[in-house]
Write a protein that binds this ligand. Structure first.
Ligand SMILES: [Zn+2]
Length: 223
């Protein structure tokens, strides 16, 4: 399995290249390149999130905390005075960065449920819904952001798989085929739970029509 640094660097590179290609093709503007690159990088470290003590978990929950602060300020701005907004923002940060991450660590004993395609898809849906509803992004852009996260997850799983090929002796290590999995086969119940959460996200997602536009546009990137 590749380490944290390798995952982060390769995913960030993949994200930057995709962001650049999309910008060149006119799919998004400069500021959106940053979010595409950032989300691909996030996807690149997401599968290792439940390895307790991992750097992924700290980085991801710091990121989530910052996002939650931004979203709560946007939503609460018309309702609260600036001093209350600052206090609420601080509270949200602590709640997500420390409380939610502690709860997450406590309940994810099974390593590996996030190390799957299904988990990547769930994360991708969540990002799409958040960017469409929470950050008021246009439907097509929201799908792109979800897709960027999924791309990062795919890069992570592929990279782990590559690391299990012994290139010199061209033998397959024992771990080959264990990284790239649909869901965590040892705990099918978590897969069912993920599907339920995904289904409950459906009403929050942007129109599927926009996803077809995204798929069509993405296809033109590869001639
Ligand atoms: Zn991994």
């Amino acid at each position: 399995m590749a380490n944290f640094r390798t995952h982060l660097i390769v995913a960030a590179l993949g994200g930057a290249i995709t962001a650049g290609l999309g910008w060149h093709a006119g799919f998004w503007s400069w500021p959106e390149m940053a979010s595409i690159t950032g989300l691909t990088s996030l996807g690149g470290i997401l599968p290792d999130i439940d390895a307790d003590q991992s750097r992924s978990i700290r980085l991801i929950f710091t990121l989530f905390a910052v996002l939650a602060v931004i979203a709560s300020v946007i939503i609460l701005q018309p309702l609260l005075s600036p001093s209350y907004l600052v206090a609420t923002g601080g509270g949200v940060y602590v709640a997500v960065r420390y409380v939610a991450s502690a709860v997450f660590k406590r309940f994810t004993i099974h390593r590996g449920i996030w190390h799957s395609l299904l988990a990547g898809l769930l994360g991708s849906f969540a990002i799409t819904a958040l960017s469409y509803r929470g950050f008021d992004q246009p439907a097509v852009q929201a799908w792109y952001q979800g897709a960027a996260l999924l791309l990062g997850v795919l890069i992570h799983l592929l990279l782990d798989e590559c690391y299990s090929i012994d290139l010199v002796g061209s033998r397959l290590k024992r771990s080959f085929g264990t990284a790239f999995k649909l869901f965590d086969y040892k705990t099918p119940a978590t897969a069912v739970m993920m599907i339920v959460v995904m289904a409950s996200l459906m009403p929050w997602l942007p129109p599927w029509q926009a996803l077809f536009t995204v798929a069509h546009q993405a296809k033109t990137l590869w001639p």
